[in-house]
Design a protein around this ligand. Structure first.
Ligand SMILES: [Zn+2]
Length: 448
């Protein structure tokens, strides 16, 4: 009895240590669930390695195409020194074909990635390994685009439409103007590889700004070519607006209250909060709404100007705001101010779908109508809104009544036209000749 106890304790202890030290499971190789079989040159390829117990000992990742074997990673990982410590239990490797030496020479088509991993041995003799092979399809060829329309011209603060064909693998395409990207819409014609893109040159974009046509496929291959567009420089009017304390205490106080902003201490700060900061936020909100546009034109006639209205302010008037005798702010007026009778009817300038009806800071009660292909019209300072979001409207349908909600000195309609969120001059859209030659003749153009 005593002997067994004497010898049993060290034996039990040894067994306990060995069991406690035993790494019962082999390493595991896994790929992210959403890893696609098709990869472009820049697509990230990720592989995850997991082990329990003593940790990973060696990792080997090799890419193979035909007779070419190109190592991506070969690594030996040291065993932890202390017997109770665990080693490297996980490793994640991400690489792309273009950024890995040796893989740049791989051609479009199938290739495979072989992964082999081994963990540190148990009791210095039983190591375990795992291996896997995954095949991919390499596609480094960008989509092709062919311009179908010709003679493009655009004015500062104006719009232009192009028509082009893009290869079937195209996922996104359009026009970039400087940093800004305008999306093209696939046309529902017999040849569905045709796209149109309506784009804008903002009032403050330089006429030297680079303009290009681009297309991207689903694995991120991108083609971009310079678009030849004749640009017209425009001069805009300068206007001075004098701000009174009374205006700040009545009109601005109401905008601050309705927008649920904390009112700053001084009158000047209150003015700047609304005229600069709130204006910036409201314009950003309008740009977000641009994404709600449908992929086809919802209209077929020229846009209409508010009936019996007088123009009080024009698109891109450069406004200097004077308070207590000095200039305190500068902003650009990005629509037309049209005055008719007080609380006069506001008609839809064209057919479309109402996409926004709400109070929007400086714009007051505001309605936005989508006309398709990224084109929208905006109606601001309304005293009353008579339509709901989602409602279809025809040209001339009543949207509401004019008013002076938001940043408005008197009853009028602020009318704006937006191309993918960028305000442009309504003059082009009110011009039947321009609409016909620059919009419809290109939209309905046959191939050639
Ligand atoms: Zn206005």
């Amino acid at each position: 009895m005593g002997l067994v106890l004497k010898g049993g304790v060290p034996l039990l202890l040894l067994v306990a240590v060995l069991v406690w030290n035993w790494d019962g499971s082999p390493p595991v190789i896994s790929w992210p669930a959403k890893l696609s079989e098709s990869v472009g040159g820049q697509s990230p390829i990720t592989v995850r390695l997991l082990d329990s117990g003593k940790g990973l000992a060696s990792v080997s990742v090799v890419a193979v195409q035909a007779d070419t074997r190109s190592p991506i990673l070969t690594e030996r990982i040291a065993r932890p020194l202390a017997p109770w410590a665990s080693g490297t239990l996980q490793r994640e490797l991400t690489f792309s074909m273009d950024d890995t030496p040796g893989l740049a020479a791989f051609k479009d088509g199938a290739f495979s990635v072989e992964v082999r991993v081994e963990d540190h041995a148990n009791w210095w003799m039983f190591s375990r390994s795992a291996a896997t092979v995954r095949t991919f399809e390499l596609d480094r060829t960008p989509p092709r685009v062919i311009l179908l329309s010709t003679q493009h011209r655009i004015r500062q603060g104006g719009a232009e439409l192009i028509r082009y064909r893009a290869s079937p693998d195209t996922q996104h395409s359009g026009v970039t103007v400087g940093e800004r990207s305008f999306r093209g819409y696939r046309q529902p014609t017999a040849d569905s590889d045709e796209f149109v893109c309506l784009f804008a040159l903002a009032h403050n974009d330089s006429v030297q700004i680079p303009i290009s046509l681009w297309a991207e496929d689903h694995v991120g291959n991108r083609t971009e070519t310079t678009l030849s567009v004749f640009r017209h420089e425009r001069r805009f009017r300068q206007r001075t607006i004098t701000i009174s304390d009374r205006f700040i205490d009545t009109v601005l106080a109401e905008v601050i209250r309705q927008s649920e902003l904390p009112a700053p201490e001084t009158q000047l700060e209150r003015f700047l909060l609304v005229n600069a900061e709130l204006r910036r936020r409201n314009d950003a909100a309008i740009e977000d709404i641009a994404g709600r546009s449908v992929d086809h034109a919802l209209w077929s006639e020229v846009f209409s100007q508010l009936s019996n209205s007088q123009v009080e302010a024009r698109y891109a008037d450069h406004r200097s705001y004077v308070y207590q005798g000095r200039e305190v702010d500068r902003q650009t007026h990005l629509g037309f101010d049209l005055a008719s009778t007080s609380q006069g009817p506001v008609e839809a300038a064209n057919a479309g779908t109402v996409v926004y009806t709400a109070y929007l800071g400086i714009y007051g009660n505001c309605v936005i109508v989508d006309h398709g292909l990224g084109l929208m019209s905006l109606y601001a300072h309304l005293s009353q809104i008579d339509v709901a979001e989602g409602q279809q409207v025809q040209r001339g349908d009543m949207l509401g009544r004019t008013g002076k909600t938001g940043l408005a000195g008197g009853d009028h309609l602020h009318f704006a036209i937006l191309v993918q969120g960028v305000p442009v001059t309504p003059l082009e859209w009110w011009d039947a000749g321009w609409v016909q030659t620059r919009f419809f003749s290109r939209l309905r153009a046959e191939d050639g």
